[in-house]
Design a protein. Sequence first.
Length: 497
Amino acid sequence: LVWDAQTFEEIHRISAARGIWAALSPDNRTLVTSSVTGKMTIWDVDTEASVYEESISTSSLMVTFSPDGDYIAISGGNGVSLRDTTTWREVHLLEEQVANLDAMAFSSDSQYLATGGNDEVIRVWDVQTGEVLYRYTGHREFAWSVAFSPDGHSLLSTSHDGTARLWDVHPTIEPRIFCCSGQVSAVSFSPDSRTLATSSYDAVARLWDVQTARLDDFNGHTANMGAVDFSPDGQSILTVSLDAEVILWDIQTGSSRNFFGSGDKIEDGIFSPDGRTILTAGSAVQLWDVETLTLVRQYAGDTEDIHGAAFSPDGQTIATASANGVVELWDVGSGAEIYQFSPHARASVYGIIFSPDGRYFVTTSSDGTAKLWDVQTKAEIRQFVGHTGVVAQAAFSPDGQYIVTGSADGSARVWNVETGQEVRRLIGHDDMVMSVTFSPDGHFIATGGADGTARVWSASLEDVTAMTCENLPRDFSAQEREIYLLDDLQTCSQDSY
């Protein structure tokens, strides 16, 4: 039945087969119906006559028109069929999401199609190319419905899990997402910033080309991995696992050398700035010679689990952070303890990192804060407050002006070191952000999450804004400025749209 939306009177009655879905074209001249037998029928509304029929699938068919009327999307057992409404022929088959697809919607400009189904993932497709542009994860059960906002910049989805989620649809500020089958415990950039190394709880280290895709897997560990680090010359990576195994990999040949540290586990491992030694931390803090893999020195101190360790830029000092909240500074050469204190009272300290100029270090804690300290005076300079969960790790930008922090609240945040102000928030992980780092060239931020993904973000908010302005027909709204913390940043000028 076709009804007049103003008078609520029936204006057409079309005798179709027992149906599941029906969709009316934007000009109200064409009706598409789907039947329980998988048949699609095209009707002329004025004459109430069938003009085209096709058996597409034995599965339920959902149908919807694009707002411009040029396409219809039909879901079935083989995926989503995008069809030209002039010929009704298929132009793209969207096959990534095939089973029990329950939600479809076009954007108002007809450029994008959103889909959702029982795999709990919301996808946005490019109508012209048929490619997946974005995948949004977070629902815990199948999606009921999806809908774009009128301006096309937001997407709403509802799910059987009882939640509705609002997603930002901003192509130019979406990170590159690299997936693993276990929690991503650490991320590390190569010195040339072109390659990202990840370690994960599936015991596999991976190398990724930042601009394209995965390069290689490194299999050798048999336990969850705690850390990965590139050598200063970019020729090797260091990986450690929670069973205290350390492996050095030649990234060109894939060959490896391994040893086991003392104690029952290692949580962190890093190269020294000159690449000649490596530092491991966990049940013990130990320095190893890279060439011989022999123990150079063990640092006797706090006996609690050591969550993190760091070298000063000159390689003369190391700092360690422990579960009982104690931070210790050590002289690398002599092994003598320089200083010990509890920067977050009794809260555990998860991470520690020196500034590029060696004047400061940052600690991160289970109390939900990060703190900046003066290396010489050991005085607290400022706190970075805003996370709502454990702050797992921090990293300085190469110029030392910013830090990025990762938290159990699922966000990574960028802070101005001088002012302590949060200047950017990176939202996308569905679980704890376990690791963060800037690329050496300062262009990217990488995050590793307990959700099994590593993400690479543009580090420059100005660059992100410029790219976005190229695609926006308007300036940022007040709400978008609030979300992306753009209050003090010049955004789109009239010349950009």
